[in-house]
Design a protein around this ligand. Sequence first.
Ligand code: PPS
Length: 304
Amino acid sequence: MSSSRELYLLYRDLLCPKETHSARSLEFSQAFNFKDDDVIAVTYPKSGTIWMQEILPLLLNGGDLTPIQTIPNWDRVPWLEEKRLEVVVDQLTSPRAFVTHFPYNLMPPSFHTSKAKAIYVMRDPRDVLVSSYYFHQMAQFLEEPGTIDEFLGKFLEGKVLFGKWTDHVKSWMHTELGDRVMHITYEEMVQDLPAALRRMSDFLGCNLDDETIQKIADYCSFRTMKENKMSNFSLVPKVFMDNDKSPFLRKGQSGDWKNHFSSEQLARFTSVIHKELEAESCSLPWSLDTMEGTDIEHEDPESP
Ligand code: PPS
């Protein structure tokens, strides 16, 4: 079993996997030149990143399926901070789309001076935690997560990839980007994808008709993406990602945390998150205190 020190590098206090990140890739990201018509989806890990890698090319290309059917997601909409960016950047055609897990303060200077747009996708942190827990089981380049209770402790302390969830959302909540940034939640996307796509399309000035929006929604559905080998990570060798342990496209639902959290864990989680957001004038779109707002049946957390 490899240690955290072997698997991760520390960049400005944030843990990044060495498999996908390097000192050079992080340096490259800081020197990166954004163009005015670029768009970047920003997520804390496990909040809907690869969903946006499907959505953005479709919106920006009027529903043309070619990019999502011929280019793996990591090359089609590369991560700003990852090694692949330098390899593929010259092949990207404008308008270009990127994703990043960077908090706002790590966005490169050219992002601020350009007119590039950002879409920040936020997800209920309890579901983020559960999704991440399973991801740590299947991604062989990440640390073993231990028990859900141990992982919950690490998550709350920020000893996980890209640090504390609260720091990330706070950093993107009050920016000076004005109408260059749009906020959306994973839950909104799950609940009504065509409406969420319409919002994004209008924000990006894509001018798409309802028929095209519906077509994009169909191709970005969990079920269709799960079948798309350019998006489901089946092209990645098992030694890196073992979809048999847990598929990357795992459940695609909101509320799965209920199948994993005990009431004590919920209380502990809620008290830390609330405390850390208390000083901020920000409200969350979900109530973290109750068992409300789920879309799925609650299974017994004790059952195997
Ligand atoms: S990562 O590793 O940070 O890039 O992961 P990320 O893509 O941000 O998050 C993975 C979760 O997003 C879910 N997902 C979707 N949900 C609904 N519909 C669609 N189309 C979709 N695509 C990806 C994916 O299943 C992971 O969530 P869980 O809860 O684990 O299923």
